[in-house]
Design a protein around this ligand. Sequence first.
Ligand code: LLP
Length: 412
Amino acid sequence: MLTVRPDTSLDPELLAAIVREQGTPTYVYDARILDAGVRRWIEAVGDPSHICYAVKANYNLGVLARLASHGIGFEASTVGEMARTLAAGVQAGRIVLGGVPKPAEAVAEGVRRGLDLVVLQAQHEVEAAVRAGDSLEGPPARVGLRVRPGIRAGAHPSLETGRADAKFGFGPAEIPATWAALAGAKGVEPTTLAFHLGSGLDSFEPYEGAIDVLLGLVQELASAGHRVRELDLGGGLGVAYGGTGTDLEPADLVRIVRERLEGTDLAVRYEPGRSIAARAGTLVTRVLYRRERDGHPALVCDGEFTDFGRYSLYGAQHRIEPLEGTLEGSDTVEVLGPTCESGDKLGTDRPLHGVRPGDLLAVRDVGAYGFVMASNYNARPRPAEILVDDEGWKVVRERETLEDLWRGETVD
Ligand code: LLP
């Protein structure tokens, strides 16, 4: 079953025109697909402020500004992501500092800045929040606690974060005492229980079990006289990258959540990253040459695992299509990068038999966790980033120059 939406592939002619000017490899994002991704969430959830886009998925300032125009919130997991979001013009009151491990200074910065919410996930973070809250002049800072519900998300093992052995969050048994400590502090106000189960989920079942864990805690806290106002369910909705299967739909998640929470007055916050940004991005790369590897044809491209690492890291098979011509035959090829590592691949078993040196390839659905994970290994400048909308296209990040590679270094 092919369920890739027809609106999810940037037009090959436009991509070819862009790289004629900008060179390869280049990331191209379609703002209209970003818009559609956000709208699907807003239609499902209602209030846009309950949707906090996970900035780590794609934090190009042009992308953040476009997403912000929909009135949604943002989840930043580091001071750097928070600074980028502010630099894109988002008000501090629309930003959540998310529940990933962070130094005490980051927590203090979040509390001082008047963010919408700061999610704490370890004892030292709680202590830092209480200390920073003590010296606040204005209203107390809203804080939440990330729970490790002990649920397997069924995602790639590297991307599962809610298991009992995960490094994130408090075990359920630690929550009552930790919440009570926050409730007793003057400069912070605990409002939220949070989880993030993992990324790239292909079923809603894990959410159901994890919500039940949170509901149990809400009741336990209530019996001790504490009110939980909100659940933050993190991100996680998977995208069917290979071109077959279905993306998980926000509306289905929201329906399940509402059923589960019926009869409560809990507000719900979502932190989607991939499900908003992935489909909007394409990486355009040029084939340098063709070679046989162990009797199998392979294409060596100028885009490599330092530009796009999801195959090397997780074995993710993204659609890879030629920009010109059609796919002929059923023979498959490997798509490799040029670095000095055999694991440098963009994909394997791709039906690209007719592709020749000099041809352009489009690696699809790379708008989330693409450029943000690129590195300068082998002293290669990182690609340009382009944003396309109805008006045309613009460079939202220039390709790095060689001089950029040693900025700040000294020789004596
Ligand atoms: N909230 C929190 C606290 C998170 O840690 C994450 C992702 C999200 C929300 C957004 O999750 P999403 O809706 O995008 O699944 N580099 C990996 C993905 C790592 C995601 C980590 N946390 C990849 O390329 O698949």
